[in-house]
Design a protein around this ligand. Structure first.
Ligand SMILES: Cc1ncc(COP(=O)(O)O)c(C=O)c1O
Length: 390
């Protein structure tokens, strides 16, 4: 059995969007489903679900350096961000500011806009350059956008379109506790060294289905002890008034049950952590180092093919990296650039091309995981050069 189910006829250079899950983890997910379907009432109401969930919580908390009491599961980082912002709404006053950067993931920036509008607050945006020379440019851009009305900064640990490892540690140190920081770490755990407690932000949400390689629909939210009161899931369910009994307290009660759903992706996160760890002789530290090196090698190949300078310093790169492309002649659409389709259809390469910052300018983003090889990026560079010459 091969470790991954990825179609061998296609070059997969887009781990960053949806991850990929080892076959053994999907088998474990199916085994949980089979167990659940044998007696759903027993599974959900007689302790098995809660026991398995608490075991998973301990495993994830250990992996990211969090205390289990503050860690809850959500379906994805989008839900984590929405839950934090919704919980904050009652404490916002008209004119208060939610600060984001212009590299913010669109779905989460939208959540900020809606929460702000409900509260009469406003979203302000720090303009972070790309290409950029070093991390201080990010710190300066964000800090200069902070005002006395800024209540929360929503910032990505690793940006989506531009693939930058952001200096969230420094920003948290400069802003907390006066300005709350919500770290959208969708890409961070499993890609870069990431310790939730040491970071010290008010809130951290992250996907498990990206670099931790769990089945899809698995993510977590961690809330700092002093922010746990008043924290609710975006979906209000039994736990709000104690209708879902929990030894883990009100936070767990509200997130552990948000209505009937298939929890098998959550309950096999520990299987994913073990499966990926076993793929490298040095375990997770080896995995993270290997995929970063692969990504930097791939970026070098593209930079040379395009004849450009590195658009960001190497210390801001994890296992995804973006390179600016010549402007699109046909302007493309905001989400699907024709070049992306051409690389897929003519060269069987899955790699995203994003509009950046506005049409017709765009970037191409590579990802690296253990199923990738440095040759993959040579093939991409060749295909890209062909398409750009057409
Ligand atoms: C920075 C960032 N935040 C949030 C998300 C959303 O992830 P999900 O679709 O799993 O909610 C992504 C997805 O790529 C992302 O890159």
């Amino acid at each position: 059995m091969t470790a991954w189910l990825l179609d061998p006829e296609v070059l997969h250079l887009n781990h960053g969007s949806f991850g990929a899950t080892p076959a053994g983890v999907l088998d474990a997910q199916q085994a949980i489903r089979t167990r659940m379907e044998a007696n759903p009432t027993r599974f959900f109401l007689e302790g098995e679900y809660q026991e398995r969930l608490d075991d998973t919580r301990r495993a994830v908390a250990q992996f990211v350096g969090a205390d289990p009491a503050g860690l809850v599961f959500v379906t994805n980082a989008t839900t984590g961000v929405n839950s934090v912002l919704r919980s904050l709404e009652p404490s916002l006053s008209p004119g208060d500011e939610i600060l984001v950067t212009d590299h913010e993931y669109n779905a989460c920036a939208n959540a900020a806009v809606v929460s702000a509008s409900r509260a009469g607050a406003v979203v302000t945006t720090a303009a972070v350059p790309f290409p950029l020379g070093d991390r201080s440019e990010v710190v300066d851009a964000v800090l200069s956008a902070v005002t006395e009305r800024t209540r929360i900064l929503l910032i990505d640990a690793v940006t989506s379109a531009t693939g930058l490892v952001m200096p969230v540690d420094e920003l948290v140190a400069r802003l907390e506790p006066d300005v709350r920081v919500l770290v959208d770490a969708a890409h961070a755990p499993g890609m870069i060294d990431f310790d939730v407690t040491a970071l010290g932000a008010s809130y951290v949400t992250a996907n498990c289905h990206k670099w931790m390689c769990s089945a899809k629909g698995a993510a977590f939210l961690w809330v700092r002890p002093d922010r746990r009161d008043g924290m609710h899931h975006a979906v209000v369910s039994h736990g709000y008034n104690g209708g879902w009994p929990s030894e883990g307290g009100h936070l767990h009660a509200q997130f552990d049950w948000t209505g009937t759903h298939d929890p098998a992706a959550w309950l096999t996160i520990a299987d994913a952590l073990a499966a990926v760890e076993a793929m490298h002789p040095e375990g997770w530290p080896g995995v993270k180092a290997a995929i970063r090196e692969l990504c930097l090698t791939g970026r070098d190949v593209l930079i040379e093919a395009l004849g450009i300078e590195p658009p960001a310093p190497a210390d801001m790169i994890g296992a995804i990296a973006s390179v600016p492309l010549p402007p699109a002649g046909n302007a493309g659409s905001a989400i699907f650039d024709p070049l992306m389709a051409a690389l897929r259809d003519r060269h069987r390469i899955e790699v995203p091309v994003f509009t950046w910052p506005v049409p017709p300018d765009r970037v191409l983003r590579i990802s690296a995981h253990l199923y990738n090889r440095s040759d993959d990026y040579e093939l991409l560079a060749k295909a890209l050069t062909t398409e750009l010459a057409d």
